[in-house]
Design a protein around this ligand. Sequence first.
Ligand code: SAM
Length: 473
Amino acid sequence: MISGSRIAWPKPFRYPRAASHRLQRARGYFDRTHWDGARFSIKGWLFLLDRPLTRVEVLLDGEPAGETDLYDRDDIAGAFTDKKWSRRSGFTLDLPIDRDRLLPWVTIDVIGYDGNEAVAILSTIFAPYLQEFLPTPPVKLMRRVANTEDQQHFTLAGVAHLWDFLKAIEEHRGMHEGDRILDWGCGCGRFSRLLLNGLTHAGTSLQGCDIDEEAVEWCRENLRGGTFTAIDTVPPMPYEDESFDIILGYSIFTHLTEDLQALWLQELERILAPGGIALVSVHGEFAASFSSDERVARDLRDKGVHDTSADQALDGVAPEGYYRSVYQTRGYTQQTWKQWIEVVGYIERGAGNYQDLVVLRKGTSPRPQGSRSVTLEQARERWASVRVPETAAVDPAEESLRRDAEQLQEAIAELARSQAEGSDVDLVAERRRLLADFGPETRKAVVRLLARLNREAATRGVEGPSNRNGEVP
Ligand SMILES: C[S@@+](CC[C@H](N)C(=O)[O-])C[C@H]1O[C@@H](n2cnc3c(N)ncnc32)[C@H](O)[C@@H]1O
């Protein structure tokens, strides 16, 4: 039981409901949240796609703690060249804060203003001593699920995403003593290690499962209080019907084809208790708007879903062709998924300000059998028929451009470093000068590639993961 965890969290859960409901979730990230014993520093960036932001106010546990004007972030503008309002996005605050106000954890809401109007929100939580209590997975495993080797990033992203899930649980059902929780696709425990160390209500129990045996083994050996099970790539899972009250699935459906999604939705419905909920994330239209693969936009327009791009992050772990980079529209998800389970909530950018969060519920009356278009018995047969991904052929011209762009990027980074060290180099002028070495068409292509490389670097900062297609899991 989680109540036996090593940290006692005396603070009751509080959710900044009022704030988060009225405001648009911003695209953004907390680069740093740090308490040095006297001052609490917060650094990050946020922007909206449809209107500018000028300043931010920071709320700690819902109480105003400070405000500041936004400043220009060239790195963010460079990463999101086609997003009009991405440049004026940076915020840094250094707040004199008492230790007690941060313990054992504190919610941080950064509210973005357009003039005097509060319009955007970026949220996370901060727990100053959390890292000390948490076992850290090996780099190889962190990289596999989150494309990061940075343990602080792994923890911060985990906390921020889990916080989003907990808020949605509170809104749709609540979490109660005795609840049985499943971390479906737990990987190396990004959520589980937090849940087992107090970031949940006391008296609940936790199980985790994943198709990645090595990650499951690590959880089993290092995360006390949970039960972890390796499962197959197709249902059924080794759980009885109606075994769980709450299922969390962060970034699993983002990798499953339409066929596999159908099978797994039915499986989640089977193992949920009546009235239980499953919260799962998908790549929706917002995430798709950051994809540089033209097939994504085309498929979303034509079919509502793109599931043919391979993701190599699980090479050697999952069968070839299984793991994908999948995008789907809100309309597709709501219309298609309701065949298998009730869709009771859809929060755009609701998981980490990037993936959409879908709330599913098992009703208390039995679902009509006729509504199931894929049966569990067909699972293995369907798996065998899953389409082989169309992997884009490597274009030698693009390869050579990529090399040019990478060299250029290195040269620009070098200039930025010397600027940071005090030289008065004009970065914009230097960048223009460097680009002038290329002909007009090549220049355009190099600029596009540079934007993509920058975007990959920035999304790594946002979500950690960026697979070989340059997309985020
Ligand atoms: C992007 S990672 C996210 C892992 C974890 N939820 C986290 O946030 O760190 C996706 C995970 O889903 C797992 N996975 C893929 N297909 C799965 C399935 N059908 N059932 C359970 N886990 C699956 C992968 O092995 C991988 O650990």
